[in-house]
Write a protein that binds this ligand. Structure first.
Ligand SMILES: O=C(O)C(=O)C[C@H](O)[C@@H](O)CO
Length: 259
């Protein structure tokens, strides 16, 4: 079973190339495979806000294996136990939600690193090691693994410089919906105060030398790219599906049923 020697998502990140993708809230390998031919740089399978499971993530990772679209997972939380099977599945890029302090950032780094730099346990016959065939995996794992931390609170933004300074953090990803909510603008990601805070966050992240990510609707994406964002989630798979299905239905079903 071929296991890539490098993490193409991280390589592009290090080169500063912008990457575009979608959150994946759907739970099937079939959808992941269908989307893998769109040409997105990545799909971010969401284990925070979906009832996904490790076997589901495994089949979705397999569905992307033949494509250039990289498989990313948003973890449900900072719980270090949960990182082990995801990384062992050779899902090399993980994003941790709602990081608020440098101490939490350091805990996330420890979760993805083997001792003495962290607490990741050693899996033997797992996908990441080619089921035990690639003993050199352990030595290169820190280079392969890419760690993104989500900033989605005013506290996280206040501590942004300290979080950016944590060694082992590759990128910071602003979650504008939760940030808006934390700022008192319930789920209003495009509220002017939220946009201003997110733009300022993106600029500070890039100035600190880290990759800057954000979730942005198409209408806002260029503004964030211009500010320096280089990992952009353009929405979600189910968002795209529902919006287009609703529009199609509105053009036909309701029109046909109108008296
Ligand atoms: O706060 C945000 O924005 C996010 O973290 C993204 C959301 O969880 C969700 O809209 C992703 O589909």
């Amino acid at each position: 079973m071929p296991v890539p020697a490098v993490n193409p998502f991280k390589q592009k990140l290090l080169r500063g190339e912008p990457q575009f993708g979608l959150f994946c809230m759907s739970l099937t390998a079939q959808t992941a495979e269908a989307l893998s031919s769109c040409g997105f740089d990545f799909l971010m399978f969401d284990a925070e806000h979906t009832p996904t499971s490790l076997p589901t993530l495994y089949t979705q990772a397999l569905a992307l294996a033949a494509s250039t679209t990289q498989c990313l997972v948003r973890m449900p939380s900072l719980d270090p136990v949960l990182f082990k099977p995801v990384l062992d599945l050779a899902i090399d890029t993980v994003m941790v939600p709602n990081i608020r302090t440098a101490e939490e950032a350091r805990a996330a780094v420890r979760a993805v690193r083997y001792p003495p730099h962290g607490i990741r346990g050693v899996g033997g016959s797992v996908r990441a090691t080619g089921y035990g065939r690639h003993a050199d995996y352990y030595a290169v794992a820190a280079d392969r693994v890419c760690l993104l931390l989500q900033i989605e609170s005013a506290e996280g933004l206040r501590n942004l410089d300290a979080i950016c300074a944590v060694d082992g953090v590759d990128g910071l990803f602003i979650g504008p919906v939760d940030l808006a909510t934390d700022m008192g603008h319930l789920a209003q990601a495009t509220h002017p105060q939220v946009v201003e805070a997110a733009l300022d966050g993106v600029r500070r992240i890039r100035a600190a030398g880290k990759a800057a990510g954000i979730l942005a609707a198409e209408a806002q994406a260029a503004m964030y790219v211009d500010a320096g964002a280089n990992v952009v989630c353009l929405g979600s798979d189910l968002g795209v599906l529902v919006r287009n299905a609703d529009a199609l239905a509105a053009r036909w079903v309701r029109a046909e049923q109108a008296p």
